[in-house]
Design a protein around this ligand. Structure first.
Ligand code: NAD
Length: 495
């Protein structure tokens, strides 16, 4: 077994290995092996990174947007060249299958492609003659040093939700990737360097709470983008706001998929299964709850149970690839297994039990699980499980299904499978969630649209992605202008 390497920080264009710091293990979840160590940065390390970003800000802001975009175009080309290598690194430290890792990287590249359009995205508004002879215009300017704090579940995509747009808009950036999956973020950062990004414009620190506290409290940090669990998202939002930062914080989720009696059953059950068990359920847009309406249960339930039992689980760091990989850590796997037991104790019926799975690779595996007859007050219905567990709830009609969804404190995604335009329209109109799917299982919005969580799934005003992302990373300036003919406006004239 190789000795795990300590991850360096990236500050002012230098990769630096920190000495005498606490560390946290990075696992290969397929084998349980420790493959790297993440250093726990202190306030002093954070200060070095923020100071480097602050110093790099003035020249980067003065760089014309089209030149900033050219760096991102080169970055995009390098991402394409290294696509497979990045996906493999992602799979090794996260455990998702290679196909899922490729999707993770592809969604991230789309954010870079979006950010490449920055010259037109920064366009302002002008009105001639807001009063006689007076014109008014808006321009968008960058904020300064921005920070990204990211979760473990999309090591490539989530950091790329943030910094391509922030950098394109003229900001400088400090990223703190999840301590559980720092390697993919670092591999991608090396490409930014190769793309010609000036020193200090982009920096990486590592760590946990102490590092995050230092970023939130640093007086030179202007904005904080966060993605992670709701308790931390709420804390980041409140603390960041108290320190006068602009904050966007995405949190946890419980997403519902309604299967109506008139749904096309094969397509809808396949989508529910893919939505629930893709990335082993470690997705903030996982369709973790199927609400089966009326007679739909007759056909849907046997298909769901059968499909879940046929999912092949195994190590993802080798061929042949399984359908589903391990969970991120042993501790998380044990938590999810425990929740399944709690669900059964509280009255849920287990249609497929993933706890029975036995694999001897040393990894953190759990099989696909389906819990039927889940009620609103059960622990499995209230807590985000974030694992390969599909809850099934029953509803008499669409009205009851909407009531169940709207009773959830979260509001990321909700989908309906139906052939009725009327039901679909009703659903879209009344459901309290920010991303709606109609005959789409995972309605995660793409780079050009906001990733629009509601309720306890989001804290802030401006979401990531799309034009809201550009608004988040810029501040507007309004200029009102009047010009005089020579001598006309000279109030000191003696004539
Ligand atoms: P997490 O909240 O444990 O960690 C997220 C980040 O916050 C990490 O960088 C971590 O180091 C840091 N952190 C953790 N505890 C902290 C604390 N007490 N103080 C300060 N910083 C802290 O989340 P996770 O387990 O890495 O990721 C899974 C969660 O992220 C799930 O709840 C999932 O729904 C959510 N998520 C949400 C979205 C979305 O867009 N809504 C997207 C992806 C993941």
């Amino acid at each position: 077994m190789n000795t795990p390497q300590l991850c360096p920080v990236f500050v002012n264009g230098e990769w630096q290995e920190l000495r005498n710091v606490d560390t946290s293990p990075v696992y290969n979840p397929s084998t349980g092996e420790v493959i790297a160590l993440t250093p726990m940065c202190t306030a002093a390390h954070v200060n070095d990174a923020v100071e480097a970003a602050e110093a790099a800000f003035p020249p980067w802001w003065e760089t014309p947007p089209v030149e900033r975009a050219r760096v991102l175009f080169r970055f995009k080309m390098l991402l394409e060249e290294k696509f497979e290598e990045i996906a493999r690194c992602n799979t090794r430290e996260h455990g998702k299958t290679l196909i899922e890792s490729r999707g993770d990287v592809r969604r991230g590249i789309e954010m870079v492609e979006f950010a490449c359009g920055v010259p037109s995205l920064l366009g302002g508004e002008t009105i001639e003659n807001v009063a006689r002879g007076i014109d008014c215009e808006t321009i968008r300017q960058p904020l300064g040093v921005c920070v990204g704090i990211t979760p473990f579940n999309f090591p490539a995509m989530v950091p790329l939700w943030m910094y391509p747009v922030a950098l394109a808009c003229g900001n400088t950036f400090v990223l703190k990737p999840s301590e559980k999956v720092p390697l993919t973020a670092m591999m991608i950062a090396r490409l930014l360097e190769q793309a010609g990004l000036p020193r200090g414009v982009f920096n990486i620190v590592h760590g946990g709470r102490e590092c995050v506290e230092a970023l939130l409290g640093h007086p030179k940090v202007r904005a904080v983008s966060f993605v992670g669990s709701t308790p931390v998202a709420r804390y980041i939002f409140e603390t960041g706001m108290r320190h006068g930062k602009r904050v966007q914080a995405n949190g946890s989720a419980k997403n519902f998929v309604v299967v109506m009696p008139d749904a096309e059953i094969e397509h809808s059950t396949r989508s529910v299964i893919e939505g629930a068990f893709g990335c082993a359920g470690e997705r903030c847009m996982a369709s973790s709850t199927a609400v089966v309406v009326g007679s739909a249960s007759k056909d849907a339930l046997p298909s769901l149970a059968h499909a879940a039992k046929s999912i092949r689980v195994g190590p993802t760091d080798r061929e042949p690839q399984p359908d589903m990989g391990p969970l991120i850590t042993r501790q998380h796997r044990d938590r999810v297994a425990h929740l399944i037991g709690t669900g059964a104790e509280q009255g849920a019926k287990i249609l497929a039990d993933g706890r029975a799975l036995q694999l001897n690779s040393g990894g953190f595996f759990l099989g696909a699980t389906v819990l039927d007859e889940v009620q609103n007050d059960m622990t499995v219905a209230r807590e985000e499980i974030f694992g390969p567990v599909l809850n099934v709830m029953r509803a008499n009609d669409l009205e009851a299904a909407i009531e169940t969804i709207n009773g959830s404190p979260y509001g990321n995604g909700a989908s309906i499978f139906t052939c009725s335009g009327k039901s679909a329209r009703e659903f879209k109109h009344r459901v309290k969630a920010g991303m709606i799917g109609i005959n789409i299982g995972v309605p995660a919005s793409m780079a050009w649209f906001p990733f629009s969580g509601w309720g306890d799934s989001f804290f802030g005003d401006l979401h990531m992605q799309g034009k809201e992302g550009v608004q988040f990373f810029t501040q507007q300036k309004v200029t009102t202008t009047r010009w005089f003919a020579e001598g006309e406006g000279n109030i000191w004239s003696t004539k």
